[in-house]
Design a protein around this ligand. Structure first.
Ligand SMILES: [Zn+2]
Length: 522
């Protein structure tokens, strides 16, 4: 099933600095939003056709004009900051009333600017390039980023429910929260924070103004200095993102695989810092693997140690590159890196993959980082989707790698005999009750902010499906095919055979439950 990645939609975002340019504005996207819900982000959003109708003064690049407008409009909509010229005459109350006009649709953004003789000046924005959502996402944006300074006497606030708790934060503090997996952020936000933190460091290294004068060191304003660097970075790769650093210890590297639509990629994970493991180097395509190897090589060349290459379970979109990676590390660096999996997976893949080690349930994989601190990754044998399915948990940071049990995009198929609905629900319950659980990332799609909420949704969805199936049985439905036609209306026909399998898994669970009730009542 050859599925093409989604076409990116145009969007803009504003990297808003506070007046003295020491902090940057971020806010949390409402966890209920489907696309990157719960992530911390800069204000911004989709470009409207009407944005092209608003004039921008002192424009430098005609093509960027409408993106500046959408950035300014989104900034106003989301956090109430009106970054326009001649806006200082407006009171806080007037701005709030204009905001209300805009959100309720009483006025367009253009009308607001015209009526109040306000205008957007291109000189207030420094273009820092564009970034495109990685191909694995079912919704994608090509976002233009601009760096700007917050106007005097304006304080950002949560002006709509989609963006919560906007705050100016020192870039270093934001990075610390990300390193500890307290927050989730998308790659362009991470790159921007890193550059801002680096600039702050360079500026402070130059010390006090007197010394600066004596040494004749001139530090350009943050906006320009960081803007230039970011632009250079985005242009170098044309805004394409190969991998996502989920926190200081987990890198998600989506690789194109023969998976089930709407997913197109399988997430390969590089976990750990100085010592690391690679989970699901799954692609069978050389070009995809080459990109992954480039990153792994860069770690090896920095003296990091690849401890093992793990296969999470037996499905064809989870293995394929692990042996190529093992051979690559052996040929290039003379390293012997074992391939490992749960014993059941290893037995199922006999003849296809050669395993050197088995991973048991609750096994703790200890990986030491640069500071010699041990990082513990706990293996969880979580059958249901596949008998030998492994998930991995970093309990300290509450970060779960849920493999195919819970995913950010696509569907989890429970197909007997490999799949088992009773086991699957037990595995979901087990993952849900993990102590300290905060975020998760599955094998397909983006990370999930509210891990427990997502798992609860999965459980509720399966139980609802079971209820529907029981109803069709009461109404006289006989075969799994017949039940599937009733309960999976509007399904992509290509997925029909798998839905039938899912129904069979539910029927087996229903039968099981009946038997266990009989046993308990005896
Ligand atoms: Zn799978």
């Amino acid at each position: 099933m050859d599925q093409k990645p989604a076409t990116p939609k145009d969007a803009s975002a504003i990297i808003l600095l506070n007046q003295d340019q020491t902090k940057v504005l971020w806010a949390q996207r409402n966890p209920k939003i489907a696309f990157l819900g719960g992530f911390h982000a800069f204000p911004g959003g989709k470009t409207d056709a009407a944005d092209a109708l608003v004039a921008v003064r002192n424009r430098i690049d005609k093509d960027l004009e409408k993106f500046i407008v959408s950035g300014v409009r989104e900034l106003f909509e989301e956090v109430g900051v009106l970054l326009v010229r001649n806006g200082e005459k407006l009171t806080k109350g007037q701005r709030a009333s204009l905001h209300d006009d805009l959100i309720s649709g009483r006025s367009t953004f253009r009308e607001i600017l015209d009526d109040w003789n306000l205008w957007i000046d291109a000189e207030d924005f420094f273009y820092t390039g564009h970034w495109t959502t990685p191909k694995f996402s079912p919704v994608r944006f090509k976002t233009r980023f601009f760096i700007a300074v917050c106007p005097l006497r304006q304080t950002p606030y949560a002006a709509i429910t989609e963006m919560q708790n906007p705050e100016f934060i020192a870039p270093r503090d934001a990075l610390k929260r990300w390193e500890n997996a307290e927050v989730l952020i998308a790659p362009p936000v991470l790159i921007s924070l890193q550059e801002l933190a680096e600039f702050k460091l360079t500026a402070s290294r130059h010390g006090d103004p007197e010394l600066k004068k004596a040494l004749k060191i001139s530090v350009p304003p943050c906006r320009e200095a960081v803007g230039e660097k970011l632009l250079e970075k985005s242009q170098k790769c044309d805004g394409d993102i190969d991998y996502i650093e989920l926190n200081a210890r987990v890198i998600c590297f989506p690789l194109r695989t023969e998976t089930l639509p709407p997913a197109t990629h399988t997430n390969c994970f590089i976990v750990g810092k100085r010592e690391f493991v690679v989970v699901d180097a799954a692609s069978k395509e050389d070009a995809e693997l080459e990109k992954l190897f480039e990153l792994v090589d860069s770690f090896i060349e920095r003296g990091f140690i690849c401890r093992e290459i793990i296969v999470s379970h037996l499905h064809r979109d989870h293995f394929g590159g692990e042996t190529v990676l093992q051979n690559h590390l052996s040929a290039k660096y003379d390293l012997e890196v074992p391939i490992s999996a749960h014993q059941i997976t290893a037995e199922s893949l006999a003849g296809k993959v050669e395993f050197q080690r088995f991973i048991a349930d609750e096994e703790i994989i200890k990986l030491s980082d640069e500071a010699g601190v041990e990082f513990e990754l706990k293996a969880l044998h979580t059958p249901g989707h596949a008998r030998g399915h492994l998930a991995f948990y970093d309990e300290t940071r509450g970060f779960l790698l849920s493999s195919d049990n819970v995913v950010g995009a696509g569907t989890v198929v429970i197909a007997p005999p490999e799949g088992d609905m009773s086991d699957y629900l037990r595995s979901l319950e087990r993952m849900k009750s993990l102590q300290n659980l905060r975020h998760l990332c599955g094998s397909h799609g983006a990370a999930v902010y509210d891990a427990r909420g997502k798992i609860e949704d999965y459980i509720a969805h399966r139980l609802e499906r079971e209820k529907q199936i029981l109803e069709t049985l009461e109404q006289g439905a006989k075969s799994p095919e017949e039940i599937t036609e009733i309960v999976y209306q509007g399904l992509n026909p290509a997925l029909f055979p798998l839905a039938v399998k899912s129904v069979e898994a539910h029927l087996a669970k229903i039968e099981n439950d009946k038997n266990s009730v009989k046993i308990t009542s005896l």
